[in-house]
Design a binder for this molecule. Sequence first.
Ligand SMILES: [Zn+2]
Length: 298
Amino acid sequence: MAQRGAATTTAGAAPDLVIERRAPGKPHAGKVLAVIQPHSDDVPLFSAGTVLKLIDEGYTGYLIRVTNDDMAGPGTVGDTVLANEKDNFAVARALGLKKVFDLNYSNHQMDNESRLEIRSRLIFLFRLLKVDTITCYDPWGHYEENPDHYVTAQCVEAACWMSAGSKDYPEHFEAGLKPHAVLEKYYFARGPQLVNRIVDISDFMDRKVDVNIVNKAQGPAGENGARLRARLAAERKRLPLLGSDDDTANRQYIKHLVLERDAELGKQHGLAFAEPFHYIGPPKDKVGEYISRNAVPL
Ligand SMILES: [Zn+2]
């Protein structure tokens, strides 16, 4: 679950801060995005606006959920697993992603799962899907209390560079896969992190709300707005913000209370709504650049 961070994330800005705005056309056509989350509500809260933007700009996207979410949701443990599985598929549809991969590790237990196995499964998927870009928790975010978040992030970070190796897991190559580097990373955090990219999600905020509404089993969003409206009505009170029907209550509650930090961050940068990241891009080709500047005919 990621409730805590919805309102408490603070960010230290790096000196090379970049504002990433919506790009016209489909500049990312042909590229592949892996959206990786331990739990069904992580990406909806922290990077759904950016995912929607990148898909709109041409990426093909896949959702990888790492746990089975069996510790956060309604009813029995079995009910919880099923409810979150359904939510996660709905999240993928709302984000416009092509397919879901569920790795099904035990919720809240990932610090005792084999990181080697998780990493090798991610490397397989990165090579199979030819992933260019990922979004996930920041492997170096501070004060993260959920082991599923930091174990997933650290395995993702290692898998991104190792999937480019020509000697790691040679059986993959016999099966027809090729080494494949993941060159762009959008890391989010619910605690302090080194922020060097602010993504303008203003055009996608209403769809980000749509993504969060389908997280009904766990997390701060889902149908909590309607529940609050009903509770207040029983106490003979009402909040004008929540309107006069359940759908309006859910949408307004998510947009203005659960995702309040998107508006706060946007305001700091002259945008309506924004998401913060530690972004890592492709390494500079220093030798190539030196050659193009200095090479002379023989
Ligand atoms: Zn989580």
